[in-house]
Ligand binder design. Structure first.
Ligand code: RM4
Ligand code: MN
Ligand code: MN
Length: 396
């Protein structure tokens, strides 16, 4: 017989899916250098193969986020190949991420650049990305901009805001009815004086200026230290402007550490705000949960499985909050009882219930162990090792 806890956890897990990023399987590094992993994916086929592993072991990662510049070598002409590879490995293309920061022309910005040629090129790329997404039946196009400046006085901040409004609007006009534009914000890096879309308020205003199908994307690593991210989430939900998440954890800045490795309670609080909203409104929030992590030190597939496990755990814990009790306590400002509702839910060990759910789905009880025993890692390290190790990058 199922206990009440198990029942609630099962229900939560049924509704929880999380998208994994193709770039999480490739060799990446810090700006000081790369440490190459023999098993890292070097081609789009290898990325899909690794993503397929994560999905087949966890059962909750059916979609893979793709970066246009890195995963579509022939732009729109790569659609067929990408879609065939997704099919081959049992996953589907997820959100499409334009790349508006790597080309030389973007040295002083993309949508915010004072150079009309750079803005035009950026807009063309944005439109191509939307067309690629449409060709793959991907709903979300996630826009992150590196735009900003390094020195006071060097950029016309208000003029750049206007350029952003114009370009986002023009891109939005090419969305089809079912597509969404997600606008991501980040306080600093690579620009260190001003960033054009530095916080959720700027992203919200720009999304509203762009059009009805634009929403805000919250990357958990893109906040100042100790910022109350769950409050941002609650406000965006209340405004019907929360489109999705890029999940990761951080200690200092945009560290891209494994979700929940530093502060699992914060992720729990974010999930709580979403589930509390759903309970109060009696409807599901339409949010894309995505991972944005790229591991240099941990094994890439292992780290991805660890992240998915942690996301499931924290989501399941958040679903155990007693909302009636919480709402009653909040109403009479019974602070200790209200806070206790969150603490009690967080203190539960949901791992046994998650294992039971996996077994009920025919999935391995422990995806990490199953991965280690599968021999997949040894096989790909053998196949890819020589190429990967001869490719070491350097800082300069
Ligand atoms: C940014 C941001 C974006 C990601 C780029 C590469 O910091 O998180 O989502 O696509 O990095
Ligand atoms: Mn991100
Ligand atoms: Mn980031």
């Amino acid at each position: 017989m199922q206990t009440q806890l198990t029942e609630k956890v099962f229900k939560a897990l049924e509704s929880f899916r999380i998208e994994i990023p193709s770039w999480g399987f490739a060799n990446t590094g810090t700006r000081f250098g790369k440490f190459m992993q023999p098993a890292a994916a070097g081609t789009i086929e290898e990325k899909f193969s690794d993503a397929g592993q994560v999905h087949s072991l966890t059962g909750v990662c059916p979609a893979v986020a793709l970066h246009v510049l890195w995963d579509f070598p022939h732009g729109l002409d790569s659609i067929h190949e990408v879609s065939a590879l997704a099919d081959k490995y049992g996953v589907r293309p997820g959100s499409i991420n334009p790349n508006l920061f790597q080309d030389q022309i973007y040295k002083h910005g993309s949508f915010g650049s004072p150079d009309a040629k750079a803005r035009d090129e950026a807009l063309e790329h944005a439109k191509d990305s939307i067309a690629i997404a449409r060709g793959l039946r991907s709903r979300d196009i996630s826009f992150w901009f590196a735009d900003g400046s390094n020195y006071p006085g060097s950029a016309n901040i208000r003029q750049r805001k206007k350029y952003f409004e114009e370009c986002l609007k023009a891109a939005h006009e090419t969305l089809s009815a079912e597509q969404r534009m997600l606008v991501e914000y980040k306080p600093f890096e690579p620009a260190f004086y001003h960033t054009d879309i530095a916080d959720w308020g700027m992203a919200l205003l720009l999304a509203r200026a762009a059009g009805k199908q634009a929403k805000v994307l919250v990357d958990t690593g893109h906040h100042y230290l100790s910022q109350n991210i769950e409050q941002i989430v609650a406000w965006l939900l209340a405004e019907n402007m929360l489109g999705g998440f890029h999940f990761n954890d951080r200690r200092y800045a945009d560290d891209d550490l494994t979700l929940g490795s530093i502060d699992p309670y914060q992720v729990f609080r974010i999930f709580h705000e979403i589930l509390f909203f759903e309970w109060e409104e009696g409807q599901r929030a339409d949010i894309a949960y995505m991972i944005d992590q790229s591991h240099n030190l941990k094994g890439k597939i292992e780290a991805m499985i660890q992240t998915v496990n942690m996301a499931q755990e924290l989501f399941a814990k958040a679903s155990l909050v007693d909302y009636e009790r919480l709402a009653a306590a909040q109403k009479v400002s019974d602070i200790v009882r209200a806070e206790g509702c969150l603490q009690d839910a967080f203190a539960n060990d949901v791992r046994p219930a998650i294992r039971e759910w996996r077994v009920s789905k025919g999935l391995p009880e422990n995806p990490q162990d199953a991965f280690r025993q599968s021999g997949y890692l040894e096989r790909i390290a053998g196949e890819r090792g020589a190429r990967n190790l001869s490719n070491a990058g350097s800082y300069a």
